[in-house]
Design a protein around this ligand. Structure first.
Ligand SMILES: Cc1cc2nc3c(=O)[nH]c(=O)nc-3n(C[C@H](O)[C@H](O)[C@H](O)COP(=O)(O)OP(=O)(O)OC[C@H]3O[C@@H](n4cnc5c(N)ncnc54)[C@H](O)[C@@H]3O)c2cc1C
Length: 420
């Protein structure tokens, strides 16, 4: 009988494992093979750090690049935001597989145990413990289970009565090359580009890692994995806007087609069970920020569980509600509203998306206050105090710059977004 069993070794499960294995007998079970954990390169914003402050951020293996410059790329114009205009950097570009590897290793050095190739197919609740069963019929028991299964364990979470978030298919690959060449060709650390011909659901993006650039986009709801692969090939071969950046870099043999979920589910805990990160749809709706949400969920969950464990609790839903309340207070109440408003405007503007995005790019270049607000949002260590006034001010400025016809078409959406 373990104190806690975690299912899933993504950023949410691994960071919770790291925290919980300091004070409990914790077992982490992961479906994948140890050698096949995905290689991922992500923006790790400064605002993530309070939730994972035990890590050495000067470790260049994990955080090889300081994130100082980004490009909200329009059809013709670049919308540049540089941290040096205001002070310290936005955060890091993270080789996330190395961060996870480090968290798992340190957890094992504490009191954690990890087992790979453990696909969990069934959960059975008993009065004083939970039993979980893998696809080979083997079972494990614990006093509490933590689901951190991302977008890949929906059947499992449904089987115990949790809701499931909305799920979208996306694609990415890595382009490889010498770092000097990458630095020469890609001036910014992060390119975020909205182009309705690529996707109506989300951005097309590039990030500058060490000797690698991930490039990807969200798919439209009717697109198959095969269509996404073909579209990525066409973009890499013909999309003029990115050719100077990617020329001469070597593409990984196989792109990764994967799900990403957003729109948080109703309830994040039940008797003896909690759900963390992307499995709970805790990913920001516009930027698809999942690392902040993963580390934040893990931190709050660990703070919830520790005193309960010390008091020999039964981990009732009522006792676990602290986790839900804190998640609402820190992430969902303010910061998520910003993402929901932007998602509503930019991913639902139909024929006007292109004009809306190119006007936003112009606004970024023109409006120092907006650039400052973006910088502050990236850096703030008290994300619970994210101020929606800045978002609404930017919304008004954006609306005022739109051409008359777009204004007429989108005025209702702007009003609704302002009251979200
Ligand atoms: C292409 C792309 C780019 C992104 N870029 C960024 C970015 O730059 N910055 C950012 O903040 N966020 C980014 N995100 C979002 C972020 O990466 C994810 O939201 C986050 O990593 C999710 O972490 P997680 O631990 O919740 O889930 P996951 O990483 O999906 O981990 C879930 C784990 O659970 C395991 N699992 C599932 N079911 C079972 C089962 N039944 N039994 C055992 N194990 C199981 C899976 O194998 C997996 O290892 C990006 C996402 C994508 C797809």
């Amino acid at each position: 009988m373990h104190d806690i069993i975690i299912i899933g070794a993504g950023i949410s499960g691994a960071s919770f494992f790291f925290k919980a294995s300091k004070f409990s007998d914790t077992l982490l079970l992961e479906a994948r093979d140890e050698k096949s954990l995905p290689i991922t390169t992500n923006i790790f914003a400064e605002h993530n750090i309070p939730y994972l402050n035990e890590i050495d951020y000067s470790d260049k293996e994990i955080f090889p690049i300081i994130h100082e410059k980004m490009n909200y790329m329009g059809a013709e114009e670049d919308g540049i935001v540089q941290s040096s205009e205001f002070g310290a950097p936005f955060g890091y570009v993270c080789h996330t597989e190395k961060l996870i590897e480090k968290l798992l290793k340190e957890s094992e050095e504490q009191s954690g145990t990890i087992q790979f190739n453990q696909k969990i197919t069934k959960i059975e609740k008993h009065s004083d413990h939970v039993e979980i069963i893998n696809n080979k019929g083997e079972s494990y028991s614990s006093r509490l289970i933590v689901l951190a299964t991302g977008s890949h364990g929906f059947d499992l979470q449904r089987s115990v009565g949790f809701g499931t978030p909305d799920r979208f298919l996306g694609i990415y690959t890595h382009l490889r090359g010498d770092q000097d060449k990458i630095n020469e060709q890609m001036a910014q650390n992060y390119i975020f580009h909205i182009n309705p011909k690529i996707s109506g659901n989300g951005p097309f993006y590039l990030e500058k890692g060490f000797e690698r650039i991930p490039i990807g986009f969200m798919g439209n709801s009717n697109e198959s994995p095969k269509e996404l692969v073909l579209k990525l090939d066409r973009i890499l071969a013909y999309y003029k806007r990115i050719q100077p950046i990617i020329q001469g870099l070597k593409k990984d043999p196989k792109p990764v087609v994967t799900y990403i979920s957003k729109h948080p589910i109703q309830s994040f805990s039940k008797d003896r069970m909690m759900v963390l990160g992307e499995a709970a749809g805790v990913v920001t709706a516009f930027f698809y920020e999942g690392l902040l949400c993963g580390v934040c969920c893990a931190d709050i969950a660990a703070k919830t569980v520790r005193p309960l464990l010390e008091n020999n609790s039964n981990f009732t839903h009522d006792e676990l509600k602290y986790y839900e309340r804190e998640l609402h207070r820190i992430l969902l109440k303010n910061y998520f509203v910003n993402g929901e408003g932007s998602e509503y405007l930019f991913y639902n503007a139909g024929a006007h998306v292109k004009t809306l995005w190119s006007t936003y790019v112009k606004l970024i270049n023109k409006d120092k206050q907006l650039r400052r607000e973006i910088w502050e949002a990236y850096r703030m260590h008290d994300i619970e105090n994210y101020d929606l006034k800045g978002t609404r001010r930017a919304g008004k400025s954006l609306f005022s710059m739109l051409p008359a016809l777009t204004k007429i078409a989108l005025s209702g959406k702007f009003i609704k977004a302002a009251f979200m």
